[in-house]
Design a protein around this ligand. Structure first.
Ligand SMILES: NC(=O)c1ccc[n+]([C@@H]2O[C@H](COP(=O)([O-])OP(=O)(O)OC[C@H]3O[C@@H](n4cnc5c(N)ncnc54)[C@H](OP(=O)(O)O)[C@@H]3O)[C@@H](O)[C@H]2O)c1
Length: 256
């Protein structure tokens, strides 16, 4: 009685499940707000942590760039990279409001507004010697642009390619800088967070610890009422969310 679980339940306020639904419930008992248990201290945070630490191998001297920086995953990447020793992180997002949030709420040191700035000029200015670590949520032309600017032994973490999910095959970007991976002895590696289930307990413990210590400040974008769900989903593709988008359909007075 009273257990908090996480499962694929559909868009409904009540559900009857037999307990075999994936993903398995994995919320840990903590003193943190329940919303963190489906955001920073859940898959969004785990994705950022696995990407930066296990795939990206972040190092203190890295010059780091993150795309989709204001999204559910990206909003955690700078703070996690810094908790792991990074010094400076540059984030890319669309629009001045989001870019202001990147600086003030998400620990990004420099920002590029890809909708208004000259991205080439900004990358030249911020990365005169090139990029060591690129956490990519966007794919497409921006990824190609980064491929052209790799430092030696650079790592590209392919987390997502949101700029290409909804376009036709013939409109997808044709990469011209892939050969730079070889020239720069660099690595580009994708990952799927559900393949890292074995490390969830360790990741959740680490993320919760950072939240308690103030090193990780979850950015949550919560709309209220089940009737807001369709717009909340559509907003993800319109770029209207900042941080982890959630819909609250009840008001449990609980902590996880
Ligand atoms: N590898 C994994 O296991 C794993 C796990 C979770 C998520 N993902 C992937 O990681 C990426 C980020 O996920 P998320 O949950 O952080 O997403 P999210 O919260 O939905 O954020 C998406 C953001 O991407 C930006 N965006 C949308 N369309 C774009 C476009 N055409 N060009 C550039 N930016 C665009 C928008 O911000 P702007 O306003 O700044 O454009 C939007 O707010 C997605 O591609 C997702 O599929 C991968």
């Amino acid at each position: 009685m009273g257990a908090i679980v996480q499962a694929r339940l559909g868009w409904q306020e009540y559900a009857l499940i037999d307990g075999s639904d994936r993903p398995a419930p994995f919320l840990l008992p903590t003193d943190l707000p329940i919303s963190h248990g489906i955001g920073a201290v859940s898959l969004s945070g785990i994705t950022a942590l696995v990407g930066v630490r296990d795939i990206g191998g972040v190092a203190a001297t890295d010059r780091i760039l993150v795309s989709g920086a204001a999204g559910g995953v990206g909003s955690h990447v700078a703070e996690i990279a810094k908790a792991l020793g990074a010094n400076e992180v540059v984030g890319i997002a669309g629009g001045p409001e989001k870019c202001a949030r990147l600086r003030h709420d998400m620990a990004y040191d420099h920002v590029i507004d890809y909708k208004n700035d000259d991205v080439d000029l900004a990358l030249n200015t911020l990365f005169p010697e090139g990029i060591d670590l690129y956490f990519d949520n966007v794919g497409g032309a921006l990824l190609d642009n980064v491929l052209a600017r790799l430092r030696r032994r650079a790592r590209i973490v392919i987390c997502g390619s949101i700029s290409e999910y909804l376009i036709e095959a013939e409109d997808k970007h044709h990469f011209i800088n892939l050969q730079n991976l070889g020239r720069q002895d660099a690595k580009m590696e994708g990952f799927f967070v559900f393949d890292y289930e074995d490390s969830y307990p360790q990741c959740l413990h680490q993320l919760a610890t950072w939240v308690r210590e103030g090193a990780l400040n979850p950015v949550e974008d919560i709309s209220r009422g089940i009737e807001t769900l369709p717009d909340a989903l559509a907003d993800l593709y319109l770029g209207n969310n900042v941080g982890v988008r959630m819909v609250e359909v009840g008001q449990p007075d609980l902590t996880v």
